[in-house]
Design a protein around this ligand. Structure first.
Ligand code: NAP
Length: 295
């Protein structure tokens, strides 16, 4: 079994971006700038946003975190995003979810200008993905295809089964794998909680992508021998013996499935790291677009 190492693959992407940045600096160009908005004090959200900021700095991007408190109104957040939308020195905007209940996540998603929507959640970008056109692809699905590509895993003509149909992972993943470019050409089956006889489909998968948020859900008997298995799940499982009080567990039973799969991602150290690499890639793309508009 080949371990699909997110640390190794994300470093490849980050080094490539870092080199590109160094070249741009010699031309006197400004740096890409990502703004992340964090509303409230959710621990996991804070960790994710800070990790995104660290990684931006690592590759030579500017990065700003705007911290707002839990009581922020939807209107105030909309106004802030509208200001960022027209600021030529800001290339990418992301709002960390979940948001407090008084703010509609859909309203906020649709307020971010599509050309700064580095999370790829805006209807315009989702529509482009559905039509197979170029736009911003949500970072987790994009990161997964970058990983498959880095390991030279052939996708064309393969049967890809995706478990989970969320708008941030499963659904865009299924679209990306079914599209003809830049990486895909699979025959795709999208499964969800109403799928009957789930294992009937998963056992046919050459590539199985699992994103349902149920730790250890996929067992060896659900996997076709020599399948490529991508575990997107990240659940914090309470563990009082650990310093931080939890450990991270994926949706795939790693110890069982590693005996059957040809390739498998670990959790942690797999898809999560590629998500950040893909976000950097999207930010670079947004920057290049902005540069073209303003030069
Ligand atoms: P979500 O919005 O809760 O969606 C879960 C999906 O799984 C839904 O479509 C649901 O079906 C489906 N599902 C639930 N139980 C099922 C079952 N028994 N059989 C088949 N399908 C089932 O979750 P998400 O946001 O996509 O996240 C999924 C997991 O990925 C979570 O653990 C999350 O933390 C993780 N994640 C990781 C990254 C990363 O960077 N690694 C990024 C994002 C998310 P219905 O639609 O029918 O309800």
């Amino acid at each position: 079994m080949v371990l699909l190492d997110g640390k190794y693959t994300s470093e490849l992407v980050k080094n490539r971006i870092k080199n590109e940045m160094a070249e741009m600096q010699t031309k006197g160009l400004r740096k890409p700038h990502l703004v992340a908005i964090l509303v409230g004090s959710d621990g996991a959200s804070k960790t994710y946003v800070e990790s995104k900021e660290r990684n931006c700095q690592l590759v030579g991007f500017d990065s700003t975190i705007i911290r707002l408190d839990d009581s922020t109104s939807e209107n105030d957040l909309v106004q802030l995003i509208e200001k960022l939308n027209i600021d030529n020195h800001i290339d990418g905007i992301l709002v960390q979810f979940p948001l407090p209940k008084q703010i509609s996540e859909n309203k906020i998603t649709q307020t971010i200008a599509p050309h700064k929507d580095v999370d790829g959640f805006h209807d315009v970008n989702m529509g482009k993905l559905a039509k197979g056109e170029s736009g911003f692809v949500p970072a987790t699905p994009l990161g997964i295809t970058m990983m498959l590509e880095a390991y030279n895993i052939e996708t064309a003509g393969k049967h890809c089964v995706v478990i989970g149909r969320s708008n941030i992972v499963g659904r865009p993943m299924s679209l990306l794998m079914s599209n003809s470019a830049p990486y895909g050409n699979c025959t795709v089956t999208l499964c969800h909680s109403k799928t009957v006889h789930l294992e009937h489909f998963t056992r046919q998968a050459d590539i199985l992508i699992v994103a349902l948020g149920k730790p250890g859900f996929v067992k060896a008997n659900m996997v076709k021998p020599n399948a490529v298995v991508i575990d997107v799940g990240i659940t914090r499982v309470e563990d009082s013996t650990r310093k931080n009080g939890f450990y991270l567990k994926g949706d795939v039973d790693f110890n069982e499935v590693k005996e059957v799969a040809s390739h498998l991602t670990p959790v942690p150290g797999g898809v999560g790291l590629m998500t950040i690499a893909a976000l950097l890639e999207n930010t670079l793309k947004a920057y290049k677009f902005q540069l073209k508009q303003t030069l």
